[in-house]
Design a binder for this molecule. Sequence first.
Ligand SMILES: [Zn+2]
Length: 248
Amino acid sequence: MKLISKFITVALVAIGLSACVNTQQMNAQAESQYSQFKQKASQLGVLDTTSSTAKRIHQVFNKMKPYAERENKTGVPFSWEVIVIKDKELNAWAMPGGKMAFYTGLVDQLKLSDDEIATVMGHEMIHALNEHSKAGANRGAVTDTIFGITGAILGDINLGGVSGLGALKTYAVDNVFSRSDESEADEYGLYLMAKSGYNPKAAPGLWTKMASATGGSGGFFSTHPADEDRQANMQKWLPQALEYYNAR
Ligand SMILES: [Zn+2]
């Protein structure tokens, strides 16, 4: 289903991004999309700035932000930002340039600890830092002209089930990252959370929670690695992550 809709989107959109996309252009485009999304969410009253969940997400984000920027090898400083969307969807995403969103459902329904929030945060930050959207953008893949969203830029983004945001969902494109990008986001996200002072031992359990909550399919997680692969990798990466964590 997803594949079909992706092909239809590609077919519908003849123009796409024809020229080679550089970091500045990509970040600027993402930033403009992000502010539109934020505005829409605000109009719909789903921008959560006050709940204890929102506060915790911002806390984790603020703690990780300087460490994330330290890993920025793009040559362009990011303007990091996170917004919290009041919605039951188990969802989180990051745009190029460090514009992120977390959905309350992810944290509340899965009862995430701060270490677990940091696991997802790290994963998403690495997608942005390692510019996983760039390959897709340079392929001219999946551009949506109606809302002006470049699917390749959106990456992990599934705008979710927020009722009024349903219109946006139509224009959003599901995950376009490759399996190796996902694996890279897992690995370096784990190191990033550890360097930021969050216990990487929380990561394997978090991914298991995610997998069982989603039945391994649907939305954000459908294109992410199978839980068994993920667990095996986590065990491989944990010693290095713990070194970072304990060196603090
Ligand atoms: Zn991902």
